[in-house]
Design a protein around this ligand. Structure first.
Ligand code: HEC
Length: 120
């Protein structure tokens, strides 16, 4: 192991030992109904909404949309489904637009998911 990876391992084990795991579990519980609803609705596409969200959105929207980070918390947004879908497609600086990387059903599924998230 290099000294860098030792340091990283130490940070990871500290984080795991201080309630981060419990918090992640709370988030999993909070988002579970939204995840299930969207995955069932888009079953014909074999959609995995958590995977899609973590690949495209999680670097700015933490906790699968339940925690504020570089981007705002998404659960409980004031925006309508249509406004949410539009923002995902076109972006709004500094958020990039995703219409070139995502299929239309993926944008709709992300909007369904966000609107199904609890506010807390
Ligand atoms: C580079 C960082 C970044 C990425 C990646 C990103 N966002 Fe955002 N997002 C932001 C920022 C910053 C805002 C706030 C912009 C504003 O409205 O002023 C935002 C706002 C939003 C809003 C509006 C929330 C509201 O209530 O106004 C939605 C919905 C949203 N993002 C969804 C997504 C989704 C879905 C993805 C993945 C496909 C994504 N974002 C990826 C940074 C990002």
């Amino acid at each position: 192991m290099t000294s860098k990876s030792v340091l990283l391992a130490a940070i990871v084990s500290i984080a795991a030992g201080t309630g981060t795991a419990a918090l992640a579990q709370d988030i999993d519980t909070a988002i579970a109904p939204a995840v299930q609803m969207v995955n069932e609705k888009y079953a014909e596409h074999n959609l995995d909404i958590k995977k899609l969200f973590s690949q495209k959105c999680s670097w700015c929207h933490q906790g699968y949309g339940m925690r504020q980070a570089d981007g705002p918390k998404l659960g409980g947004t004031d925006k309508s489904h249509e406004q949410v879908a539009k923002q995902i497609a076109n972006g709004k600086s500094p958020m990039p637009g995703f219409k070139k990387q995502l299929k239309e059903y993926e944008i709709q599924a992300l909007a369904d998911y966000i609107k199904a998230l609890p506010a807390n």
